[in-house]
Ligand binder design. Structure first.
Ligand SMILES: [Zn+2]
Length: 219
């Protein structure tokens, strides 16, 4: 079995229950919680549809529904939503993760430097999902202990070369907003870069999930 470290609700196979299902906001916290392994959070794209009161509701839901992580959260500087508002929601959710001792799932687009700066103030277990920053940013995130997660998107030569250097115990694979059945394509691609057999690579990725998401429940 290959564990999908990040697959959104609408892209799961009906039968496919073996993966981590992030939520994007209050509209799907309940739905996500129907899965064995889900995370609760407010995605940066959804920040404008939420207010500070919703963060209190999020905390109640964390207590009530017991997610395995806080996510998907983060910063996206390619969207119009005010940066400071995004940072406020991001930091408040990092505080919740710290309070409830949960790992976080982070979405970062054109915001890696800001994310690195903020994460330095926390002591958290972190998945950087769909990492697409520079090798320098990637190295800084690894230095902070982050796991870097890769999906089906096109990768630059720089990123490809960087992936070859990431320690195997810090890599995760995901499908995000692509069909979960395509996870094997990602596994093949990254195993090839790491020059190890895909079956071995998949085992390592699954181990990494257990290390990061310590409450992960095998289905
Ligand atoms: Zn996502």
């Amino acid at each position: 079995v290959i564990i999908n470290s990040h697959c959104h609700l609408d892209f799961l196979n009906a039968k496919d229950n073996g993966g981590i299902v992030p939520s994007i906001g209050k509209q799907n916290w309940g739905k996500a919680s129907n899965y064995q392994n889900f995370a609760l959070g407010i995605h940066p794209w959804q920040v404008e549809n939420h207010n500070l009161k919703d963060l209190e509701v999020l905390e109640q839901k964390i207590q009530e529904l017991l997610p395995i992580g806080v996510g998907e959260i983060g910063l996206d500087f390619c969207i119009k939503t005010n940066k400071n508002t995004q940072i406020k929601f991001f930091e408040k959710q990092l505080n919740l993760a710290q309070k409830y001792n949960l790992p976080v799932i982070i979405h970062g687009v054109k915001s890696c430097d800001e994310i690195i700066k903020i994460l330095k103030n926390y002591n958290l277990k972190i998945q950087i999902h769909a990492f697409n920053g520079s090798p320098q940013q990637g190295q800084k995130l690894l230095d902070l202990g982050c796991y870097l997660s890769f999906g089906l998107y096109k990768k630059s030569i720089k990123l490809t070369n960087f992936i070859k250097k990431i320690p195997l115990d810090k890599i995760l694979i995901e499908t995000d907003e692509k069909p979960s059945k395509d996870l094997i394509i990602v596994a093949d691609e990254i195993a090839d870069l790491k020059q190890i057999p895909v079956a071995d690579f998949v085992k390592i990725c699954n181990q990494n999930i257990y290390q990061l998401f310590t409450n992960y429940k095998n289905v």
